[in-house]
Design a protein around this ligand. Structure first.
Ligand SMILES: N[C@@H](CCC(=O)N[C@@H](CS)C(=O)NCC(=O)O)C(=O)O
Length: 214
């Protein structure tokens, strides 16, 4: 069976997990400790996830993993992309991840199960010019900006199970981002977006982070 090495907070890992869920292909999910440098370096020469172990080899890069798994018959990511979806993502991605990282640092992700693993994340992800505490102190204004951005997604969602009507790489990018977004408390989802993220969560077998939102 294929094994996928991940961190649960990692959006690239969500993308790789999605293709297994969408195709109902069984796989083993292994969460690495965030400060475990040796395991990924031993597998692919650098500290990175996701890593797929398949047919006796190790493979990094979420898009390569997705392409490999989707090349098994029948492919599911057959729909055309809509450039407006990528444009929407690009408009808000840096705002989202500025808000996401300090919350991730506090969330009960298994890759942070030890103090040293959580400390490693803080050391590597906290930006000296904008400490996490400063981001969180300004959360109210940021969540308002996030909400304005999320409203603009509503008209782009064509179907609950595929943003453009047929599953495509836009769904991979969009659900991975909405998964990260679900860690942010106070985000208000327009009806079409709410139904979409809940439907994709079920189809992919990847729970949203709503219950642990901060
Ligand atoms: N291009 C890679 C990017 C993967 C990536 O940036 N992964 C991050 C986690 S989100 C990582 O492993 N960073 C090293 C670290 O967190 O220490 C992909 O698409 O798979």
């Amino acid at each position: 069976m294929d094994t996928l090495y991940v961190y649960e907070h990692c959006p690239f890992c969500i993308k790789a997990r999605m293709i297994f869920g969408l195709k109902a292909i069984p796989f083993q999910l292994v969460v690495l400790m965030n400060d475990d440098e040796q395991t990924p370096i031993g597998m692919v020469g650098r500290k990175v996830v996701p890593i797929l172990q398949t047919a006796g080899r190790f493979m990094p890069e979420s898009l390569d993993i997705i392409a490999l798994i989707d090349s098994r018959d029948p492919p599911v990511l057959t729909g055309a992309r809509n450039p407006a979806v990528a444009e929407w993502i690009n408009r808000g991605r840096s705002l989202l991840y500025r808000e996401f990282l300090p919350r991730a640092a506090m969330a009960p992700f298994p890759e942070f199960a030890t103090t040293s693993a959580r400390a490693y994340f803080l050391q590597h992800k906290e930006n000296a010019s904008t400490p996490f505490v400063t981001v969180l102190e300004n959360a109210a204004a940021a969540v308002e900006a996030v909400n304005a951005w999320v409203q603009e997604l509503a008209p782009l969602v064509q179907k609950p199970d595929a943003v453009n009507g047929t599953l495509s790489y836009d769904d991979i990018d969009l659900f991975a981002l909405l998964h990260s977004l679900s860690l942010i408390k106070g985000v208000q989802y327009p009806a079409s977006v709410q139904t979409y993220r809940q439907t994709l969560s079920k189809l992919c077998g990847i729970p949203l982070l709503d219950p642990v939102a901060i």
